[in-house]
Design a protein around this ligand. Sequence first.
Ligand SMILES: Nc1ncnc2c1ncn2[C@@H]1O[C@H](COP(=O)(O)OP(=O)(O)OP(=O)(O)O)[C@@H](O)[C@H]1O
Ligand SMILES: [Mg+2]
Length: 308
Amino acid sequence: MSDVVIELKNIYKTFKLNYKEKTTVYETLVTTVKKKSPSQTFNALSNISFSVKKGEMLGIIGHNGSGKSTLLKVICHILPPSQGSIKTKGKIIPFLQLGSGFNGDLTAIENIKMYGMILGIQKNKIAKKIPEILEYAELESFKDTKVKHFSSGMFARLAFATAIQSEPDILVIDETLSVGDLAFQQKSFNTFLDIKKQNTTIIYVTHNLDDVLRLCDRAILLYKGFVGDVGDPKLIVDKYKTVVEKSPDYIEESLAKEIGVYYQKILKRPPDVIGMLDHFYRIKKGEISLNDIPSILKNSEEYVSIHG
Ligand SMILES: Nc1ncnc2c1ncn2[C@@H]1O[C@H](COP(=O)(O)OP(=O)(O)OP(=O)(O)O)[C@@H](O)[C@H]1O
Ligand SMILES: [Mg+2]
């Protein structure tokens, strides 16, 4: 167990809804005449448990709003979980938003120094690294330009080039490779391979499924705040594609409930999204009927491993 560097147990993150700020006189009036709706809560993350070993690169994929960025913030200790426990070992560098920590009114060089300090890099070390960072970002001729005049790609390159100097034990990245142009994407891809070779643990959220296949050792599919599945990247990417194709909007609530009852009875747990979609889709296509679900579940690896 000693090589586990991230461990999440039963993590929930709950947000309050109905927090819309009133920005116009009309909205203010409407709220005063409207009956106050009770504040609702919403689980952005539900019962998330997994661990990551030192040197592993874990990809996290899923629909917009499935909880990926929220999960990264919990891992980086930026957001406390509402429930559950999280343990991490070593220095974590969060690379969550492009150039978060950058100041538009400072030049590229000034920002490298400041961002370097935020990332915990020693002052003299970052000063020595400035030429290398500018060269990597291909921004030497813009070194004295205020970064507010940078394009978003230039911004991303500078931020990425600076962040990778911080020699973290755990690097947490939210979708940044795809921002640079093709040449920069190739370069940052190679940098990831180098960082990986140094046994750095990397958590990588992306919508680029090819990156997950090429780079990651394992992947997680998040679905509406739940872990849809964890495992081999190829398997997880295929499952994600299946989920996208078999749009979950097609699930009929009554059928879902009936399938859910079988899961509880036989596997003693609620159905996972992949299993549910698979049964649903096959029923719709006429390949199986609802009555076949118990025997399918009893023949599943999960059931056999529990009951022999
Ligand atoms: N501070 C917050 N307050 C309320 N709701 C939030 C907050 N942060 C995130 N959410 C909600 O939590 C859900 C998950 O958001 P999150 O940003 O983690 O999604 P994501 O998977 O990163 O999506 P994307 O692919 O678009 O980046 C969304 O429904 C979002 O609206
Ligand atoms: Mg996100």
